[in-house]
Write a new protein. Structure first.
Length: 300
């Protein structure tokens, strides 16, 4: 069975007009249930995990500044959310969802988190709606439990996974691959193990051609025994914060290729949803829902 991390805390209250579409964390599971892609049994509720899991990738001083809401104003502004205890709890619960989903992926081939993909969280700071790097935390969780050895992070969000790149800069056991908009945030990029920077308005054909040439080669080269897939839908042409030119169909084809490749090569994959900022939130929800539909179709 496809197991999906979801918790009511994912939908965090923000002032009206905030550009982050928190409502998608309610609408997406509702849509999956309504259309019959999932049942209630597919979902599980993560919890606040032990603090020790965050120290594998985040500096304790930064973590406790977050926990105690004692970040300086400049650092807090970069995160883009008003800091609160509930917001930090939310971030910790999301990371637990990705850790637990990783174990489900080992059992079932795939598992997912309705939220996550907090790839702008560095070892010592947060940026752009990201505070604790869920996939980085989960990668070290698997390795520390001897459940995985070599991990490949496939980050296809429109923005470079700069925090993830920094965290694993000197860690050869985790290979970071980011395919993102060249002229998009972050404007000063970090160095992933492999970065592919795409020109503005890159279309479905060109995006998929590059991906299909790159991913199988990477898997053959790195021989990962676990893959994290960050499947942001801000690659869409309709996205307010992205500059690529992909269609809903092209975004679904991207997900299909990644998931089918993992399935065919029998490499467990855990998916965090990442970003999506189209003005019409229904487009965001539909694009994310496609990933879950494809997971059910390919694996179950």
């Amino acid at each position: 069975m496809l197991k999906i991390a979801h918790h009511p805390i994912y939908h965090h209250f923000l002032k009206e007009g905030h550009r982050f579409p928190m409502i998608k964390y309610d609408l997406l599971p509702e849509q999956l249930l309504y259309e019959g892609t999932c049942t209630a049994d597919n979902f599980f509720e993560p919890e606040i995990p032990d603090n020790k899991h965050f120290f594998t990738v985040h500096e304790p001083e930064y973590f406790f500044d977050l926990l105690n809401i004692t970040l300086d104003q400049k650092a807090a502004r970069k995160i883009g959310f008003p800091l609160s205890e509930v917001l930090i709890e939310r971030e910790m619960v999301i990371a637990d969802g990705t850790m637990k989903a990783s174990e489900f992926a080992l059992q079932n081939g795939i598992a997912m988190n309705i939220a996550g993909g907090t790839h702008h969280a560095f070892s010592n700071r947060g940026e752009a709606f990201c505070m604790l790097n869920d996939q980085a935390v989960a990668a070290k969780y698997l390795q520390d439990k001897n459940l995985a050895s070599k991990i490949l992070i496939v980050d296809l969000d429109v923005h470079q996974g700069n925090g993830t790149a920094e965290i694993f800069e000197n860690d050869t056991s985790v290979f970071t691959f980011s395919m993102h908009g060249k002229s998009n945030y972050p404007f000063v990029k970090e160095k992933s193990d492999l970065d592919i920077a795409l020109e503005n308005d890159t279309n479905d054909v060109d995006f998929l051609s590059i991906l299909k040439e790159t991913l199988p080669r990477l898997i053959a080269q790195e021989q990962p025994d676990f893959i994290y897939y960050l499947c942001g839908v801000d690659v869409l042409a309709t996205d307010k914060l992205g500059k690529l030119g992909m269609s809903l169909e092209g975004c679904a084809s991207r997900d299909e290729f990644v998931l089918k490749t993992c399935f065919d090569k029998q490499i467990p994959v855990m998916c965090s949803m990442g970003g999506g900022y189209s003005k019409d939130v229904n487009i965001v929800v539909d694009a994310h829902a496609n990933t879950f539909r494809l997971a059910q179709e390919i694996y179950f």
